[in-house]
Design a protein around this ligand. Structure first.
Ligand code: SAH
Length: 223
């Protein structure tokens, strides 16, 4: 018998191990579940999700579940991030608005595939922390605003796509206004349980498609 049985396994938290887990995440949680957009898959393969989490939960970064972030908020399950990004149908030249910066993970995924990302967050500390994480990771095409997502971000409107990552009970009017004609908004709508709604704005009409059921944190009403 050698002593090797007493040598502990390599800690899970090495960069190499995270990379292995990230690859597995893309194969089993995304590709196997009809996430087919190559650019979404490439972004999800690249962005180091663990870097957005507190150290105590980094080991679960690539697991098939939502995770806690500070201030009682959550980062969505990887599949939901991929699903919403794919549904938003983003082109490389697009300017995208995100409501609910949170830890900044979804913003990073968007920044990989869009030209410019504008992200609004109501909790100042989360916005500041996300901005630090994303600049440390080298992202230069994301702008942050501390504010109420119900108002959108009118200065940079109209947007080619809008992704909302907190759940309102109704689709905020300002967001529809700030979407380009033929633009897409992806938004969880509902009170306790929600459905992801994919909204397409037409010249004189709005097309709504109710898709998968989800559970997001509520979109706060007061700033
Ligand atoms: N996209 C995030 C997940 C966000 S969780 C990520 O990748 O980490 C939802 C976020 O929406 C929380 O950070 C919450 O503070 C924020 N939020 C809730 N109500 C809001 C509002 N009215 N305006 C802007 N942000 C809001």
């Amino acid at each position: 018998m050698t002593n090797s049985q007493y040598v502990p396994d390599k800690p899970k938290t090495t960069v190499e191990q995270f990379e292995v887990e990230r690859k597995q995440m893309v194969e089993t949680q995304l590709r196997d579940r009809q996430i087919e957009d190559q650019r979404v898959l490439a972004a999800m393969s690249k962005v180091p999700r663990h870097e957005f989490l507190d150290s105590w939960c980094q080991d679960f970064a690539y697991s098939d579940r939502p995770l806690p972030i500070p201030h009682h908020q959550t980062i969505s399950q990887p599949y939901i991030v991929a699903y919403m990004t794919q549904a938003a149908n983003i082109a490389p030249s697009d300017r995208v608005l995100e409501i609910g910066t949170g830890c900044g993970y979804q913003a990073a995924i968007l920044a990989e595939i869009a030209k410019q990302v504008y992200s609004v967050e109501i909790i100042p500390q989360l916005s500041q922390q996300a901005s630090q994480t994303l600049s440390k990771l080298g992202y230069k095409n994301i702008q942050f605003k501390i504010g109420d997502g119900y108002q959108g971000w009118v200065e940079h409107a109209p947007y080619d796509a809008i992704i909302v990552t907190a759940a309102p009970e109704y689709i905020p009017h300002a967001l529809i206004k700030q979407l380009k004609i033929n633009g897409t908004m992806v938004i969880p709508v509902g009170k306790w349980y929600q459905d992801i709604v994919v909204l397409t704005k037409k010249e004189n009409d709005i097309v709504l498609e109710k898709t998968i059921p989800v559970r997001f944190v509520p979109m706060k009403k007061k700033f």
